[in-house]
Design a protein around this ligand. Sequence first.
Ligand code: THU
Length: 136
Amino acid sequence: MNSLAISEKDRALLLARAREALSRAYAPYSRFRVGAAVLTAQSQIYTGVNVENASYGLTICAERAAIFSAVAAEGPEMHLKALAVVCEHPGPCLPCGACRQVIFEFAPEAVIIFSGPDGPEEISLARLLPRAFSLK
Ligand code: THU
């Protein structure tokens, strides 16, 4: 799937920022480094990396780290337009279930950008998390 919800330029920039962030991941236990970058409605980009812990369950994913950083900078009205996620493994890296639910909180219509086998790809959050949990 390769829609054009996000401009070519924004897509490339978000992926580049996610890749650049990845080198700062703290993943001594899994050695699986992940980088993420979000584009907000205010046209700002925030990055995040996975941060692991000796108590494994306390680990935070790169996507949630990026989203929380965006909220810390822009406040509770922060709205996501797109999120890019990258890892160092050949397979496509897509947000885990918990991160999908957190993305949904800030943009049910968000676009997820990831590295596919033939280059950058986009998929809507709605396809990744159909019928998401909502209090509304
Ligand atoms: N991880 C992420 O950062 N994002 C995901 O969507 C899934 C998994 C991290 C958590 C952990 O540090 C490592 O990848 C291996 O699970």
